[in-house]
Design a binder for this molecule. Structure first.
Ligand code: SF4
Length: 366
Protein backbone atom coordinates (compact mmCIF):
# COMPACT_ATOMS: atom_id res chain seq x y z
CA UNK A 1 0.00 0.00 0.00
CA UNK A 2 1.39 3.39 -0.97
CA UNK A 3 1.07 6.09 1.68
CA UNK A 4 -0.13 9.37 0.32
CA UNK A 5 1.31 12.81 0.80
CA UNK A 6 -1.76 13.63 2.83
CA UNK A 7 -1.35 10.80 5.28
CA UNK A 8 2.12 12.11 6.04
CA UNK A 9 1.15 15.71 6.55
CA UNK A 10 -1.50 17.88 8.10
CA UNK A 11 -2.35 19.40 4.73
CA UNK A 12 -6.02 18.45 5.02
CA UNK A 13 -6.16 21.13 7.71
CA UNK A 14 -5.73 23.70 4.95
CA UNK A 15 -9.06 25.52 4.86
CA UNK A 16 -9.04 25.73 1.06
CA UNK A 17 -9.39 21.95 0.92
CA UNK A 18 -12.59 21.82 2.96
CA UNK A 19 -14.44 21.97 -0.34
CA UNK A 20 -13.27 18.38 -1.01
CA UNK A 21 -15.29 17.09 1.93
CA UNK A 22 -17.15 14.26 0.19
CA UNK A 23 -13.95 13.04 -1.43
CA UNK A 24 -12.31 12.99 1.97
CA UNK A 25 -15.28 11.11 3.47
CA UNK A 26 -15.13 8.50 0.71
CA UNK A 27 -11.41 8.00 1.40
CA UNK A 28 -12.18 7.60 5.10
CA UNK A 29 -14.82 4.95 4.32
CA UNK A 30 -17.63 7.15 5.71
CA UNK A 31 -19.41 7.60 2.39
CA UNK A 32 -19.86 5.67 -0.81
CA UNK A 33 -19.00 7.12 -4.22
CA UNK A 34 -21.81 8.40 -6.43
CA UNK A 35 -21.63 5.69 -9.07
CA UNK A 36 -22.71 3.06 -6.54
CA UNK A 37 -25.93 4.92 -5.77
CA UNK A 38 -26.56 5.51 -9.46
CA UNK A 39 -26.15 1.78 -10.05
CA UNK A 40 -28.63 1.12 -7.22
CA UNK A 41 -31.23 3.66 -8.33
CA UNK A 42 -34.11 1.91 -10.12
CA UNK A 43 -35.63 3.35 -13.28
CA UNK A 44 -38.27 1.93 -15.53
CA UNK A 45 -37.29 2.25 -19.19
CA UNK A 46 -37.65 0.29 -22.39
CA UNK A 47 -34.21 -0.24 -23.98
CA UNK A 48 -35.96 -0.25 -27.37
CA UNK A 49 -37.49 3.19 -26.80
CA UNK A 50 -36.46 6.00 -29.11
CA UNK A 51 -33.69 8.40 -28.19
CA UNK A 52 -35.92 11.34 -27.25
CA UNK A 53 -37.97 9.19 -24.88
CA UNK A 54 -34.85 7.85 -23.19
CA UNK A 55 -33.45 11.33 -22.88
CA UNK A 56 -36.67 12.54 -21.26
CA UNK A 57 -36.64 9.65 -18.77
CA UNK A 58 -32.99 10.43 -18.03
CA UNK A 59 -33.75 14.09 -17.28
CA UNK A 60 -36.62 13.17 -14.96
CA UNK A 61 -34.55 10.50 -13.22
CA UNK A 62 -31.67 12.93 -12.77
CA UNK A 63 -33.92 15.34 -10.89
CA UNK A 64 -35.37 12.55 -8.78
CA UNK A 65 -31.92 11.17 -8.02
CA UNK A 66 -30.60 14.61 -7.07
CA UNK A 67 -33.36 15.10 -4.52
CA UNK A 68 -32.75 11.73 -2.86
CA UNK A 69 -28.98 12.08 -3.03
CA UNK A 70 -29.17 15.53 -1.46
CA UNK A 71 -31.36 14.23 1.34
CA UNK A 72 -29.01 11.32 1.94
CA UNK A 73 -31.81 8.76 1.93
CA UNK A 74 -30.41 6.47 -0.76
CA UNK A 75 -29.35 2.94 0.00
CA UNK A 76 -27.21 0.50 -1.92
CA UNK A 77 -29.04 -2.42 -3.42
CA UNK A 78 -28.34 -4.89 -6.18
CA UNK A 79 -30.75 -4.43 -9.06
CA UNK A 80 -30.49 -5.59 -12.68
CA UNK A 81 -28.19 -3.21 -14.58
CA UNK A 82 -30.78 -2.62 -17.28
CA UNK A 83 -33.28 -1.43 -14.71
CA UNK A 84 -30.89 1.02 -13.11
CA UNK A 85 -30.11 4.69 -13.68
CA UNK A 86 -26.59 3.64 -14.68
CA UNK A 87 -28.05 1.19 -17.20
CA UNK A 88 -30.08 4.05 -18.68
CA UNK A 89 -26.93 6.14 -19.02
CA UNK A 90 -25.19 3.20 -20.72
CA UNK A 91 -28.06 2.87 -23.20
CA UNK A 92 -28.02 6.59 -24.00
CA UNK A 93 -24.26 6.77 -24.50
CA UNK A 94 -24.47 3.77 -26.83
CA UNK A 95 -26.99 5.69 -28.93
CA UNK A 96 -24.81 8.80 -28.96
CA UNK A 97 -21.73 7.05 -30.35
CA UNK A 98 -23.77 5.74 -33.28
CA UNK A 99 -23.90 9.31 -34.62
CA UNK A 100 -21.10 10.46 -32.46
CA UNK A 101 -21.66 13.71 -30.67
CA UNK A 102 -19.87 12.92 -27.43
CA UNK A 103 -17.96 16.15 -27.90
CA UNK A 104 -18.75 19.43 -29.60
CA UNK A 105 -16.89 18.31 -32.75
CA UNK A 106 -20.15 16.54 -33.49
CA UNK A 107 -18.56 14.22 -36.09
CA UNK A 108 -21.75 12.20 -36.67
CA UNK A 109 -19.84 8.96 -37.36
CA UNK A 110 -21.06 5.54 -36.28
CA UNK A 111 -18.38 4.46 -33.83
CA UNK A 112 -20.08 1.08 -33.30
CA UNK A 113 -19.23 0.41 -36.96
CA UNK A 114 -15.69 1.59 -36.26
CA UNK A 115 -16.11 4.75 -38.31
CA UNK A 116 -13.56 7.26 -37.08
CA UNK A 117 -14.11 10.88 -36.21
CA UNK A 118 -11.59 13.60 -35.44
CA UNK A 119 -10.39 11.85 -32.27
CA UNK A 120 -9.56 8.68 -34.21
CA UNK A 121 -10.99 6.41 -31.49
CA UNK A 122 -12.93 3.33 -32.67
CA UNK A 123 -15.66 1.59 -30.70
CA UNK A 124 -13.33 -0.04 -28.17
CA UNK A 125 -11.42 1.78 -25.48
CA UNK A 126 -7.70 2.04 -26.22
CA UNK A 127 -5.47 2.21 -23.22
CA UNK A 128 -1.98 3.65 -23.11
CA UNK A 129 -1.09 2.93 -19.50
CA UNK A 130 -2.47 2.85 -15.94
CA UNK A 131 -0.51 3.42 -12.75
CA UNK A 132 -0.41 5.17 -9.37
CA UNK A 133 0.41 8.74 -10.37
CA UNK A 134 2.29 10.76 -7.75
CA UNK A 135 2.51 13.94 -9.83
CA UNK A 136 -1.09 15.13 -9.62
CA UNK A 137 -2.28 17.82 -7.20
CA UNK A 138 -1.41 16.96 -3.56
CA UNK A 139 -4.97 16.02 -2.44
CA UNK A 140 -5.20 13.52 -5.27
CA UNK A 141 -2.08 11.42 -4.86
CA UNK A 142 -1.59 8.58 -5.20
CA UNK A 143 -4.03 8.80 -8.07
CA UNK A 144 -5.08 5.66 -9.92
CA UNK A 145 -4.58 7.19 -13.34
CA UNK A 146 -5.81 5.53 -16.52
CA UNK A 147 -4.43 7.06 -19.73
CA UNK A 148 -6.50 6.57 -22.88
CA UNK A 149 -5.39 7.15 -26.46
CA UNK A 150 -6.98 9.87 -28.56
CA UNK A 151 -8.14 13.41 -27.95
CA UNK A 152 -10.98 15.61 -29.09
CA UNK A 153 -8.63 18.63 -29.17
CA UNK A 154 -5.60 19.23 -31.39
CA UNK A 155 -3.40 21.35 -29.13
CA UNK A 156 -0.32 22.42 -31.05
CA UNK A 157 1.81 22.37 -27.88
CA UNK A 158 0.55 19.03 -26.49
CA UNK A 159 3.09 17.35 -24.23
CA UNK A 160 1.31 13.97 -24.60
CA UNK A 161 1.07 14.15 -28.38
CA UNK A 162 2.27 10.54 -28.74
CA UNK A 163 -0.96 9.26 -27.16
CA UNK A 164 -3.29 12.14 -28.02
CA UNK A 165 -2.56 12.88 -31.69
CA UNK A 166 0.42 11.02 -33.19
CA UNK A 167 -0.86 7.46 -33.04
CA UNK A 168 -2.61 5.15 -35.42
CA UNK A 169 -5.59 3.00 -34.62
CA UNK A 170 -4.18 0.35 -37.00
CA UNK A 171 -1.01 -0.03 -34.93
CA UNK A 172 -0.59 -3.50 -33.47
CA UNK A 173 0.93 -2.06 -30.34
CA UNK A 174 -2.22 -0.38 -29.10
CA UNK A 175 -4.05 -2.04 -26.26
CA UNK A 176 -7.81 -2.44 -26.71
CA UNK A 177 -9.73 -3.06 -23.48
CA UNK A 178 -13.28 -4.16 -22.75
CA UNK A 179 -15.44 -2.65 -19.98
CA UNK A 180 -14.79 -5.75 -17.85
CA UNK A 181 -11.03 -5.36 -18.29
CA UNK A 182 -11.19 -1.67 -17.41
CA UNK A 183 -13.05 -2.54 -14.21
CA UNK A 184 -10.30 -5.02 -13.26
CA UNK A 185 -7.61 -2.37 -13.91
CA UNK A 186 -9.46 0.17 -11.75
CA UNK A 187 -9.96 -2.39 -8.96
CA UNK A 188 -6.25 -3.22 -8.95
CA UNK A 189 -5.32 0.46 -8.76
CA UNK A 190 -7.59 0.91 -5.76
CA UNK A 191 -6.14 -2.16 -4.06
CA UNK A 192 -2.65 -0.72 -4.54
CA UNK A 193 -3.66 2.44 -2.68
CA UNK A 194 -5.23 4.76 -5.26
CA UNK A 195 -7.23 7.58 -3.64
CA UNK A 196 -9.30 7.97 -6.78
CA UNK A 197 -9.73 6.47 -10.23
CA UNK A 198 -8.54 9.15 -12.62
CA UNK A 199 -9.78 8.86 -16.23
CA UNK A 200 -7.52 10.89 -18.54
CA UNK A 201 -5.68 10.77 -21.87
CA UNK A 202 -5.38 12.24 -24.43
CA UNK A 203 -8.89 12.80 -23.28
CA UNK A 204 -11.37 10.32 -21.80
CA UNK A 205 -14.44 11.76 -23.59
CA UNK A 206 -14.13 9.51 -26.66
CA UNK A 207 -14.09 6.48 -24.33
CA UNK A 208 -17.15 7.42 -22.33
CA UNK A 209 -19.28 4.49 -23.50
CA UNK A 210 -16.72 1.96 -22.25
CA UNK A 211 -16.10 3.87 -19.02
CA UNK A 212 -19.82 3.96 -18.12
CA UNK A 213 -20.25 0.28 -19.03
CA UNK A 214 -17.20 -0.69 -16.96
CA UNK A 215 -18.98 0.51 -13.82
CA UNK A 216 -21.39 -2.41 -14.08
CA UNK A 217 -18.41 -4.64 -13.20
CA UNK A 218 -16.81 -2.34 -10.64
CA UNK A 219 -17.71 -2.09 -6.99
CA UNK A 220 -14.76 -0.51 -5.18
CA UNK A 221 -15.49 2.25 -2.71
CA UNK A 222 -13.33 4.88 -4.35
CA UNK A 223 -13.98 8.31 -5.86
CA UNK A 224 -14.21 8.57 -9.64
CA UNK A 225 -12.35 11.53 -11.14
CA UNK A 226 -13.01 13.06 -14.58
CA UNK A 227 -9.76 14.62 -15.89
CA UNK A 228 -10.57 16.26 -19.18
CA UNK A 229 -10.27 19.11 -21.66
CA UNK A 230 -14.06 19.62 -21.14
CA UNK A 231 -15.00 19.79 -24.80
CA UNK A 232 -17.94 17.44 -24.17
CA UNK A 233 -21.30 17.98 -25.79
CA UNK A 234 -24.13 19.19 -23.61
CA UNK A 235 -25.81 15.78 -23.55
CA UNK A 236 -22.57 13.94 -22.72
CA UNK A 237 -22.20 16.35 -19.80
CA UNK A 238 -25.77 15.59 -18.71
CA UNK A 239 -24.84 11.91 -18.57
CA UNK A 240 -21.77 12.35 -16.39
CA UNK A 241 -22.48 15.41 -14.27
CA UNK A 242 -23.99 13.41 -11.39
CA UNK A 243 -21.74 10.36 -11.88
CA UNK A 244 -18.27 11.61 -10.96
CA UNK A 245 -17.20 12.57 -7.46
CA UNK A 246 -14.27 14.74 -8.44
CA UNK A 247 -13.44 16.93 -11.42
CA UNK A 248 -10.08 17.96 -12.84
CA UNK A 249 -10.95 20.12 -15.86
CA UNK A 250 -8.54 22.14 -17.98
CA UNK A 251 -9.42 25.76 -18.67
CA UNK A 252 -6.76 27.19 -20.95
CA UNK A 253 -8.10 30.04 -23.05
CA UNK A 254 -10.13 33.06 -22.05
CA UNK A 255 -11.78 33.44 -25.45
CA UNK A 256 -12.85 31.39 -28.46
CA UNK A 257 -10.21 32.77 -30.82
CA UNK A 258 -7.21 31.48 -28.85
CA UNK A 259 -8.91 28.08 -28.47
CA UNK A 260 -9.40 27.91 -32.21
CA UNK A 261 -5.83 28.93 -32.95
CA UNK A 262 -3.98 26.65 -30.51
CA UNK A 263 -6.35 23.69 -29.94
CA UNK A 264 -8.19 23.85 -33.28
CA UNK A 265 -11.47 23.73 -31.37
CA UNK A 266 -14.25 26.18 -32.21
CA UNK A 267 -16.26 27.92 -29.47
CA UNK A 268 -13.69 26.80 -26.90
CA UNK A 269 -14.52 29.29 -24.17
CA UNK A 270 -18.29 28.99 -24.57
CA UNK A 271 -18.21 25.18 -24.42
CA UNK A 272 -15.82 24.82 -21.49
CA UNK A 273 -17.51 27.59 -19.47
CA UNK A 274 -20.92 26.00 -20.07
CA UNK A 275 -19.65 22.59 -18.92
CA UNK A 276 -17.92 23.95 -15.82
CA UNK A 277 -21.07 25.79 -14.86
CA UNK A 278 -23.10 22.62 -15.26
CA UNK A 279 -20.79 20.79 -12.85
CA UNK A 280 -21.15 23.63 -10.39
CA UNK A 281 -24.94 23.70 -10.61
CA UNK A 282 -25.73 19.99 -10.92
CA UNK A 283 -22.59 18.11 -9.88
CA UNK A 284 -20.39 17.57 -6.87
CA UNK A 285 -18.69 21.02 -6.84
CA UNK A 286 -15.49 19.19 -5.81
CA UNK A 287 -13.47 20.56 -8.67
CA UNK A 288 -9.87 21.57 -9.25
CA UNK A 289 -9.68 23.70 -12.40
CA UNK A 290 -6.29 23.57 -14.10
CA UNK A 291 -5.24 26.77 -15.77
CA UNK A 292 -2.00 26.62 -17.74
CA UNK A 293 -0.40 30.06 -18.03
CA UNK A 294 0.68 30.62 -21.64
CA UNK A 295 3.37 33.15 -22.59
CA UNK A 296 1.94 36.41 -23.96
CA UNK A 297 -1.59 35.28 -22.98
CA UNK A 298 -1.97 36.78 -19.53
CA UNK A 299 -4.41 39.50 -20.56
CA UNK A 300 -6.41 37.63 -23.20
CA UNK A 301 -6.59 34.26 -21.43
CA UNK A 302 -5.38 33.99 -17.82
CA UNK A 303 -7.07 37.05 -16.36
CA UNK A 304 -10.46 36.57 -18.09
CA UNK A 305 -10.50 32.93 -16.95
CA UNK A 306 -9.77 33.83 -13.33
CA UNK A 307 -12.44 36.52 -13.45
CA UNK A 308 -14.94 34.06 -14.91
CA UNK A 309 -14.17 31.54 -12.17
CA UNK A 310 -14.58 34.11 -9.41
CA UNK A 311 -17.92 35.23 -10.83
CA UNK A 312 -19.39 31.87 -11.78
CA UNK A 313 -17.80 28.98 -9.86
CA UNK A 314 -16.10 30.65 -6.89
CA UNK A 315 -15.98 27.55 -4.70
CA UNK A 316 -13.73 25.70 -7.16
CA UNK A 317 -10.06 25.19 -6.41
CA UNK A 318 -7.74 26.46 -9.14
CA UNK A 319 -4.33 25.08 -10.03
CA UNK A 320 -2.55 28.05 -11.57
CA UNK A 321 0.10 26.21 -13.54
CA UNK A 322 3.39 27.74 -14.59
CA UNK A 323 4.94 24.71 -16.28
CA UNK A 324 4.07 25.43 -19.91
CA UNK A 325 6.84 24.36 -22.34
CA UNK A 326 6.84 24.92 -26.09
CA UNK A 327 6.55 21.41 -27.49
CA UNK A 328 5.21 19.38 -30.41
CA UNK A 329 4.38 21.75 -33.33
CA UNK A 330 5.17 25.05 -31.61
CA UNK A 331 8.97 25.17 -32.10
CA UNK A 332 8.54 24.13 -35.75
CA UNK A 333 5.89 26.56 -36.96
CA UNK A 334 6.18 30.33 -37.21
CA UNK A 335 2.43 30.73 -36.72
CA UNK A 336 2.92 29.78 -33.07
CA UNK A 337 5.93 31.99 -32.34
CA UNK A 338 4.05 33.96 -29.65
CA UNK A 339 3.92 30.83 -27.48
CA UNK A 340 7.38 29.54 -28.39
CA UNK A 341 8.90 30.17 -24.99
CA UNK A 342 8.19 29.45 -21.34
CA UNK A 343 6.12 31.96 -19.38
CA UNK A 344 8.35 34.36 -17.50
CA UNK A 345 8.54 34.54 -13.72
CA UNK A 346 6.82 37.94 -13.95
CA UNK A 347 3.92 36.53 -15.99
CA UNK A 348 3.39 33.70 -13.50
CA UNK A 349 3.53 36.10 -10.56
CA UNK A 350 1.12 38.49 -12.22
CA UNK A 351 -1.46 35.72 -12.76
CA UNK A 352 -1.06 34.27 -9.27
CA UNK A 353 -1.31 37.70 -7.67
CA UNK A 354 -4.47 38.31 -9.64
CA UNK A 355 -5.91 35.00 -8.40
CA UNK A 356 -5.20 36.14 -4.84
CA UNK A 357 -6.74 39.55 -5.52
CA UNK A 358 -9.92 37.84 -6.74
CA UNK A 359 -10.04 35.66 -3.63
CA UNK A 360 -9.61 32.39 -5.50
CA UNK A 361 -8.51 29.21 -3.73
CA UNK A 362 -5.33 28.26 -5.56
CA UNK A 363 -2.40 27.96 -3.14
CA UNK A 364 -3.13 24.46 -1.84
CA UNK A 365 -3.21 22.91 -5.31
CA UNK A 366 -0.72 24.94 -7.36
S1 SF4 B 1 -15.72 11.90 -29.53
FE1 SF4 B 1 -14.46 11.72 -31.40
S2 SF4 B 1 -15.85 10.94 -32.97
FE2 SF4 B 1 -17.12 11.66 -31.26
S3 SF4 B 1 -17.71 13.75 -31.80
FE3 SF4 B 1 -15.84 13.88 -30.54
S4 SF4 B 1 -14.08 13.87 -31.97
FE4 SF4 B 1 -15.91 13.17 -33.08
Amino acid sequence: MVRSYFEKSDSWENTELKVLKHYKSIMAGEREPRYKFIKSFPVDFDPEADFDQLQLIHSQTKEDFAVHFGEGDLSLQKIPFHQSYLGLKAELVTRIVQECFLCERNCGVNRLENELGVCNVPKEMILSTAFLHMGEEPPLVPSGTIFFYGCTFKCVFCQNYDISQKWRVASRRINRVSPQELAVIARELHKKGARNINYVGGDPTSHLMGIIKSLEFFDSSVSLLWNSNMGLSDLAMELIVDLFDLWLPDFKYGNNECGKKFSLFGDYFDVVARNLKKIYEKGSKETIIRHLIMPNHVNCCSKPILEWISENVPVNLVNVMGQYRPQFKVPLDERYSEINRRPTFEEIEEVRNYATELGLKWKSVS
